[in-house]
Write a new protein. Structure first.
Length: 135
C-alpha cells in the first residue's frame, strides 16, 4: 500500500464512519435502538479501520481490528486505553444487538453508544490530523 493509497483508504473509511454515525442517529430517532447500537459500532469500526489504513494495515476480522488497534495505537500511546476498551466493548454490544435474542438495548443505551462513537471519531480525526466528526 503506497502512501497515497494509505491516505485515500483512511479518508474513505473515515467517511464511511461518518455515514454509519448518521445512520445510527436516524435509527435512534425512529425508535430503533438495536439498529442504532449496531450502526454506532460500525462507525467506530470504520474509524478504527481508518487508523489502520493510515499506517498501511488492513484487519481481516472484527477481533483482529481491535487487536491491531491495541498493538499499533494504544500501546504506543497514540490512542488512549479508554478508546481501545471502547472499541472492544462496542464490538461486544454490536454482537449482542445483532445476534443475542435476550439482549436489551434501550433508547438511552443506544444514545450513549452514539456519544461514544462520536468521541472515538474525534480521536481518530485528531490522530489523522483531520477535522470534525460532526455532532
Amino acid at each position: 500500500m503506497t502512501g497515497a493509497n494509505r491516505e485515500i483508504n483512511a479518508r474513505e473509511q473515515l467517511e464511511r464512519a461518518r455515514v454509519c454515525l448518521a445512520e445510527s442517529r436516524a435509527l435512534l430517532a425512529t425508535g430503533m435502538p438495536y439498529g442504532a447500537a449496531s450502526r454506532a459500532y460500525y462507525s467506530v469500526f470504520h474509524g478504527a479501520s481508518a487508523l489502520l489504513f493510515s499506517v498501511g494495515i488492513e484487519a481481516r476480522t472484527h477481533h483482529g481490528l481491535a487487536a491491531l488497534i491495541g498493538s499499533h495505537f494504544v500501546r504506543p500511546g497514540r490512542l488512549s486505553p479508554e478508546m481501545g476498551r471502547l472499541l472492544s466493548r462496542m464490538q461486544r454490544d454490536r454482537e449482542d444487538a445483532d445476534y443475542v435474542m435476550g439482549a436489551v438495548f434501550t433508547q438511552a443505551e443506544a444514545s450513549a453508544m452514539i456519544d461514544d462513537a462520536e468521541r472515538f471519531l474525534r480521536e481518530v480525526e485528531r490522530i489523522l490530523g483531520l477535522g470534525g466528526a460532526g455532532g
